[in-house]
Design a protein around this ligand. Sequence first.
Ligand SMILES: Cc1ncc(COP(=O)(O)O)c(C=O)c1O
Length: 502
Amino acid sequence: MTSATATTGRVSATSLVRRLGPVTGEGPTYRRVADRIRAATLNGRLTVGIGLPSERDLAMALGVSRTTVAAAYQQLRDDGWLSSRRGSGSRLAIPREHAAWRSDIFGAPAIADEPALIDLTTASLPAPAEPLQRAVEAATGELPGYAAGSGYFPFGLPVLRDQVAQRYCDAGVPTTAEHILITGGAQHAFGLALSSLTSPGDRVLLECPTYPVALDAIRAAHRVPTPLPLGDNADTAWDLELFGAILRQSAARVSYLIPDFQNPTGALMSAADRERAVEQARRTGGTLLVDESFRDVPFGVAGSDQLPPPMSAFGDGATGRGRGGSGCPVISLGSVSKAFWGGLRIGWVRATPAIVERLAVTRSLGDMAGPVLDQLIVSHLLADPAAALEQQSARLAAGAAAVRAALAEYLPDWSATDPAGGASLWVRLPGPYATELARLAPAAGVRVVPGPRFGPDGTMEACLRLPFTAPPEQLTEAIRRLSQIDRTAAQGAVTAFPGWLA
Ligand SMILES: Cc1ncc(COP(=O)(O)O)c(C=O)c1O
C-alpha cells in the first residue's frame, strides 16, 4: 500500500536519466535502474506523484531493452514505489513503510504499531501534561460563555489576539490585536501568507537547509524556491551580503527566514544580521516572512528575553514603527506547537491590519475560523506559561545533550551543530551517504531524514537532521543503532558523487 500522492506532471526520459546518474554496478540491470529511481525519489531528485516516461522512451534514453525497463518498473510497483492507474500512467509513490521519513506532514502513525522503531523523522515534543490539563479544564469551564454567540471568529478569539499582541509588546515591538491573525499553526500561517503575497511563478527565497514542509508548500503553490546557503558556523550562519545579492538577482518577492533557532540547524541570527536582513529586503522591495516557531523555548540561554529582538523590531511590517521606520517588510509567523504542543494547532501572523484582513479572507475560502475551545486552551496556557515553557525547554536541553554525548561516543566522525534552541542537530557525515543511511536505518530500528530533503536541489547528501525531541534514552539508543550501519551505508552509497571532496 502506498501513501497519498499528488499528480505533478511527467518527467521526460532525458531528464530522468540525468537525475538517476550512472546506472552501472553489480547485479541485473533492471534492478539497478529500479534502485536508482528509488534513491532519486528518497533524496528529493524526483518528487512523489511525478509521472515516469514510457518504457520505450526510457529504454531508448538509457540504451537498454524495453524488457529491462518494464522489469524495473514492475519491481518498483511490487515494492510500492510506483502506482499505475489506467489513463495516468505510472507515478512515483512512497511505500507506506517508508512514508515516515516524510512524517513532518503525515505524522508518525506508521510507528505506533512498531514500538521497537525509534522515529527521528519529526521534531515535536509531547505536551506538558499538567499545564495542559489545567488549561483544558479552565477553557472547558469558559466555553459555555461563548456558546451563546455564533462561535465564528475569523480573525481569532479577541482575548487570544490581545495576548499574542502583548507578547510582541513585551519583546519591544508595539503591537495591537488588529495586527494579529490567529491561524491553525505556523504552517497554515505560512501557506496563507504565501498565497496572498506571491503568485505562481514568483521566486521565494529560503534558507538551505530549511524546514521541508515550507519547501513543499512553495513547490505545491507553483512558486520557485530560491536557496540561500547557510554556513556551518552558528554565529554567522547567514551571509547577508550573499542574501542581498540573491535578492537582487532573483527578484524574489518574499524571503522565508527562520532566525530563531533555525530548523534544521538550530542557528540563531544575531541582532546585527537581523538589521542587515531587513535593510537588504527594504532595498529590493521584498518582504521577509519570519518564522518564530522556536523562539519561546530556548534552552542554552537564560530565557527568550535574552534573545536578539524579533526581526520586526528592526523594520516593522505591521505598524511601521520599528527602528527601520516605515515601508518595512517584516511579517512574523508564530506558533504554540513548539512551546506547548503541536496537537493544539494554533499559530498566528503578525502583519499590517490590511494584510491581516487579506489573509483572513484567504483563510475563509477553506476554513471559516479556528476552533473556540482550542483557542481558549492556548489562551489559558499563555496566561501562565512558565511551567509549560520550563518543562519543554528542559526536555529539549536533555535531548540535545543526549544526542551530542551519544555522537561523541558512537559516531565521533560525525560533526554536529551545538544549538542553544530548536529541536534538532544538523549533522555532517564524513561522506555523501545520508540517503543510503536513511534507507538502511529502519532495518536497524531507526527512522531518519536525509539531508537532501531539506533543500530544493537534491544536494546535502552528506547531511542529516537529528531531532532531539524523543526521551534521552531512546535518543542514545537510536545513535547507537545508527553507528551499527554507518560503515555499510558509507560503502554502499547509492548515489555516485564524482568529484566529491570531504
Ligand atoms: C520552522 C517551522 N515552522 C513551522 C512548523 C509547523 O508548525 P505548526 O505546527 O505551528 O504548523 C514547524 C514544525 O516543525 C517548524 O519547524
